[in-house]
Design a protein around this ligand. Structure first.
Ligand SMILES: Nc1ncnc2c1ncn2[C@@H]1O[C@H](COP(=O)(O)OP(=O)(O)OP(=O)(O)O)[C@@H](O)[C@H]1O
Ligand SMILES: [Mg+2]
Length: 296
């Protein structure tokens, strides 16, 4: 196989903590993946923030829901999927998704339904990429996303609870799943960076932690190897910054009001503010998905 060949790939954006940036990251990742190939963005969070944010309030309240495709009934994924003006298609969330999750708990092969009914038939056929936005709590929807994709990206934000959210996600979601399936952490993605990093700030603490912590994020792979280049600052670089020999870089993904405003205007960042300096970060995440991990 040629080195340039990229395989179709599905990825779940997960962290067991609310408000960190799962929806923002997954939607903007889908937007940049759509530049590379056909992309489906699947909103698996019952809160429907991404679906409603993109302006699909009617789809969120549609009578046909995910349960009609993956539990009983003869609906197909195409009965749910909507095309958007942003290059990707949307598998919308619905106001009934919590009930669907409860029914999945009692269903035969309840964790594999989205894989068998949606991702296996569509990935590599109609879509080159599938991106899941996931709920902030453990359960059947997150389990389905893990089984269906086998790949995750974990957003993480500065602050004392951030590494805690990452650890909880590894301990309560990814490691239990790994008893049964392979789960590849493609990237751990800092989000909402804003403070200076030439001082003892929470941003600096996060970036230093990510680059020095001795956690295995994947079997045989340390956490720092899963940090994208746009957020990677080595110990030597921090020393040079502290010695005044190097100008502090501006790692991403940074806090940008355009990112929060873009959803109020039903748009991914690329369409809302095409000049925004953080778009390059989402392009790099798309590259990581295409390549199957961070390459250095
Ligand atoms: N880099 C950023 N810059 C500015 N605002 C951001 C950034 N990332 C996320 N936000 C904002 O932070 C809030 C939470 O982000 P988001 O909805 O993506 O998180 P989430 O993990 O999906 O949350 P939930 O668990 O509630 O679904 C939103 O208002 C979003 O617009
Ligand atoms: Mg969300």
């Amino acid at each position: 196989m040629e080195a340039t060949t990229t395989e179709p790939r599905a990825v779940s954006v997960v962290i067991l903590k609310g408000g960190v940036g799962k929806s923002t990251t997954s939607m903007n990742l889908a937007r940049q993946l759509a530049e590379r190939g056909t992309t489906l963005f699947a909103d698996l969070d019952p809160n429907g923030h991404a679906t409603n944010g993109l302006g699909f309030e009617a789809a969120y309240q549609d009578e046909v829901d995910l349960g009609d495709v993956i539990l009983e009934g003869d609906a197909t994924p195409h009965d749910l999927i909507r095309s958007t003006e942003h290059g990707f298609d949307l598998l919308p969330s619905s106001d009934t998704l919590e009930d669907v999750e409860k029914e999945l708990a009692g269903a035969m092969q309840g964790s594999a339904r989205i894989k068998s009914k949606i991702v296996d038939p569509l990935l590599g056929d109609e879509y080159e990429y599938v991106v899941f936005d996931c709920p902030a709590y453990p359960g059947m929807l997150n389990n389905n996303a893990l089984v269906a994709t086998g790949n995750v990206m974990i957003p993480i934000e500065p602050g004392s609870s951030a590494i805690g959210g990452y650890k909880r996600t590894m301990e309560r979601l990814i490691e239990p799943a790994r008893e049964y399936i392979d789960v590849d952490v493609l990237a751990v993605v800092p989000n909402k960076l804003g403070d200076r990093i030439d001082h003892r700030t929470e941003d600096r603490e996060l970036l230093e932690n990510l680059n020095t912590a001795t956690y295995e994020v994947n079997p045989g792979q340390q956490l720092q190897e899963a940090v994208p280049d746009f957020a990677r600052i080595t110990g030597e670089e921090f020393d040079a910054i502290d010695a005044g020999e190097m100008a502090p870089p501006k790692p991403g993904i940074r806090h940008r009001s355009a990112l929060s405003r873009s959803l109020q205007h039903s748009q991914p960042l690329q369409d809302y503010d095409p000049e925004n300096d953080q778009i390059a970060c989402y392009e790099e995440l798309a590259e990581i998905v295409a390549a199957g991990g961070v390459e250095r």
